[in-house]
Design a protein around this ligand. Structure first.
Ligand SMILES: Cc1cc2nc3c(=O)[nH]c(=O)nc-3n(C[C@H](O)[C@H](O)[C@H](O)COP(=O)(O)O)c2cc1C
Length: 303
């Protein structure tokens, strides 16, 4: 059996399979279906300094080969997380990583400072790419200035592994990735959702209450793969790839394109056991091709 372990900054993972934020709750919801300790890392729901109600319904729409969401970072705020959720999830035997969102630099910093104190949270993922909140969110992730500002500020407040999640809604994703790296990120993850829209012709109305929303699922995979490949060739820090990964083959493709680890999002809604199946599939692939370690396939694409 091949060695599946990978490192992201100081983060040691037993395998490269992670869940994507907002698609796997706090992990505990899945314990009746699968052994979640087998997953390399669980990205919990987007967490903000203060409670957020999220956007009005409808905030989901199915599209061919994908889905649109406009959840809008609904959560009870970081203090609620610390008091009520952390005690329940802290002993899960995998890396529990908090996805931190905000609409102002100070909010990101305060949230990161609070999470820095939690022993069993080894990393945060800074979401500078959410298309579903009116202020902030994606605004930081679409300019190098915005990305530098928020990543630098959080870097000085947060001492553990800092992953920065990038937006695909930009002309040149490598510029933003480099800005994150230069500002102290230990890793970048990409992609968040692509800005999209759905229309109900009969009612002559948009389907989502917010008109636009974030597109995810198989429809975005070729774009995500291209961006991961571009970023992996532009930075030295490890890249975490996601966007439309539905099975082990998709995961291997992202790793060949340069991802050191991968995240699975929308596919969890279809099959709660998908992460375990992807891990098994990567293992079989490595054995079949005679690779001793999963590191051997990272960036091994012959172009
Ligand atoms: C319902 C839903 C909620 C999401 N919430 C978050 C979030 O809170 N923070 C975040 O960084 N990304 C969030 N995302 C984006 C996913 O983590 C992921 O980047 C995106 O869906 C692409 O991956 P996929 O095609 O595998 O789903 C959300 C996606 C969906 C579908």
């Amino acid at each position: 059996m091949a060695d599946l372990s990978v490192n992201i900054g100081e983060l040691r993972m037993k395998n490269p399979v992670m869940t994507a934020s907002g698609t796997f709750g706090y992990g505990e919801e899945f314990t009746d279906f699968i052994d979640i300790a087998r997953i390399g890392g669980i990205l919990v729901k987007g967490t903000t300094l203060h409670k957020r109600e999220g956007n009005a319904y409808p905030r989901m729409a199915e599209t061919p080969s994908g889905m649109l969401n406009a959840v809008g970072l609904q959560n009870k705020g970081v203090n609620y997380f610390v008091e009520h959720i952390y005690p329940r999830i802290k002993d899960i035997q995998t890396n529990m990583i908090v996805n931190v969102s905000g609409s102002a630099v100070e909010d990101y910093v305060k949230t990161a400072e609070i999470i820095n104190e939690l022993d069993k949270i080894p990393a945060i993922e800074l979401n500078i790419s959410c298309p579903n909140v009116k202020q902030g969110g994606m605004a930081f992730g679409v300019s190098t200035k915005g990305a530098c500002e928020v990543v630098k500020a959080v870097r000085s407040a947060y001492k553990k592994t800092l992953i920065v999640k990038l937006s695909p809604n930009v002309t040149d994703v490598t510029e933003i990735a480099r800005a994150a790296e230069d500002s102290g990120a230990d890793s970048v993850s990409l992609i968040n959702t692509l800005l999209g829209m759905a229309v109900d012709a009969e009612r002559r109305r948009p389907i989502l209450s917010t008109v636009t929303g974030g597109l995810s699922g198989p429809a975005v995979k070729p774009i995500a793969l291209r961006m991961v490949w571009q970023v992996a060739n532009a930075v030295k820090i490890p890249v975490i790839g996601l966007g439309g990964i539905m099975d082990w083959k998709d995961a291997v493709e992202f790793m060949l394109a340069g991802a050191s680890a991968i995240q699975i999002g929308t596919a969890n809604f279809i099959d709660p056991a998908v992460c375990i199946k992807v891990e098994d599939g990567i293992n079989n692939y490595l054995d079949r091709h005679g690779f001793k370690s999963v590191s051997d396939i990272i960036g091994a694409l012959e172009v």
